[in-house]
Design a protein around this ligand. Structure first.
Ligand code: FAD
Ligand code: NDP
Length: 319
């Protein structure tokens, strides 16, 4: 189904990046249309913060705020200025013709002059026994976000992964935990040399090479991780009050079917200090284009940039 209307700007995604873009675009009278997603990338509308509890580092909330509540407030603010929100997922796009054409999962089409992509990235986790039961009860996929919470303080902690994220998160957690155990599945790390050296120099971090997690232990809270030596098959239990996955993220870009320039993992490429993508009139913001910072406040900041850039691009095109 299609209608004759051509939108000024369609925002795909509803995390901090999408909602900030919506607030700016709506206040600029662009009447934005947002597709907030329906369990897109396995995340509820509102994005990754809907999967967490306390958010203590988003400015303006000195006592912290619950992730779902923060996203509800952002949604209200988007709507207050007139953003129209559809609880639908964009399944495919055609960026080869103008206006651009976007289709939801039911095949309904919308046409638009510009697009802001704010579809985020999904942290990879492992579906080990105990993970679903103890999720948010000592298990996290973001040490920088959750590591400083009281539940993790002065306890032994486990980090899974051997990339730069795993190193960075282990170093960060070493400020709070009593000792950090990194489980690396091979006999070497993927991380850069400098990060590996920092890990090696930190007396609180122990690296367990060739080690795979097989189960998360604990009743109400995480109490340990059962690990397996890849070569001998031997199991052993590591006492831990927290488990952090740092095995990479998957940006939610499959629906773009390669129409925009992206890196080998799928992160969208944008021009330096800009949200402009490889196609004029298409802007990308938040975690879908950011594999370095991945924070709510940086996502919100780039959402603001995308809306301002879209507004200027539309104005230039029409003048
Ligand atoms: P996201 O929040 O990922 O939102 C993207 C949205 O787009 C999702 O709702 C998704 O369903 C939707 N979507 C995807 N594809 C489509 C599609 N095709 N059509 C329509 N919709 C689509 N950061 C902090 O600053 N502080 C914290 O305390 C903190 N805690 C965290 C705790 C956890 C457990 C996790 C996983 C992350 C945490 N983060 C935290 C990181 C923060 O959540 C992210 O950096 C931020 O949410 C990224 O915002 P975003 O708008 O780019 O994308
Ligand atoms: P990476 O893909 O680089 O690393 C993922 C790590 O997780 C690898 O060690 C990988 O092992 C391991 N892993 C993957 N799947 C599993 C599994 N099923 N079980 C156990 N271990 C697993 O992701 P990162 O998030 O670390 O980094 C992403 C990008 O961001 C990189 O380009 C990185 O350089 C960059 N980055 C840079 C930072 C910095 O410079 N300070 C900080 C953070 C990220 P294996 O190697 O065997 O595949």
């Amino acid at each position: 189904m299609s209608n004759d209307r051509v939108e000024n700007v369609v925002i795909i995604g509803s995390g901090p990046a999408g909602h900030t873009a919506a607030i700016y675009a709506a206040r600029a009278d662009l009447e934005p249309l947002m597709y907030e997603g329906f369990m897109a990338g396995n995340i509820a509308a509102g994005g990754q913060l809907t999967t967490t509890t306390d958010v203590e580092n988003y400015p303006g909330f000195p006592e912290g705020i619950q992730g779902p509540e923060l996203m509800d407030e952002m949604r209200k603010q988007s709507k207050r200025f007139g953003t129209r929100i559809k609880t639908e997922t964009i399944a495919q796009v055609d960026l080869s013709q103008r206006p651009f054409r976007l289709q939801n999962e039911a095949g309904d089409e919308v046409r638009t002059e510009s697009v802001i992509i704010a579809t985020g990235a999904t942290a990879k986790t492992l579906d080990l026994p105990g993970v679903r039961r103890l999720w948010q009860k000592g298990i996290s996929a973001c040490a920088i976000c959750d590591g400083a919470l009281p539940v993790f303080r002065n306890k032994p902690l486990v980090v899974i992964g051997g990339g730069d994220s795993a190193c960075e998160e282990s170093l960060y957690l070493s400020k709070f935990g009593s000792e950090i155990h990194m489980l690396v599945r091979r006999d070497q790390m993927r991380a850069s040399r400098i990060m590996q050296q920092r890990v090696a120099d930190n007396p609180k971090i122990t690296v367990h090479w060739n080690t795979l997690p097989v189960e998360v232990l604990g009743n109400d809270l995480v109490s340990g991780v059962r690990a397996k030596d890849k070569h001998t098959g031997e199991h052993r239990d590591i006492e831990a009050g927290g488990l952090f996955f740092a095995i990479g993220h998957q940006p939610n870009t499959a629906f773009l079917a390669g129409q925009l320039d992206a890196d080998e993992v799928g992160y969208l490429k944008t021009e330096p200090e800009s949200t402009r993508t490889s196609i004029e009139g298409v802007f990308a913001c938040g975690d879908v284009k950011d594999k370095v910072f991945r924070q709510a406040v940086t996502a919100a900041g780039s959402g603001c940039m995308a809306a301002i850039e879209a507004e200027r691009w539309l104005a230039e095109r029409r003048s």
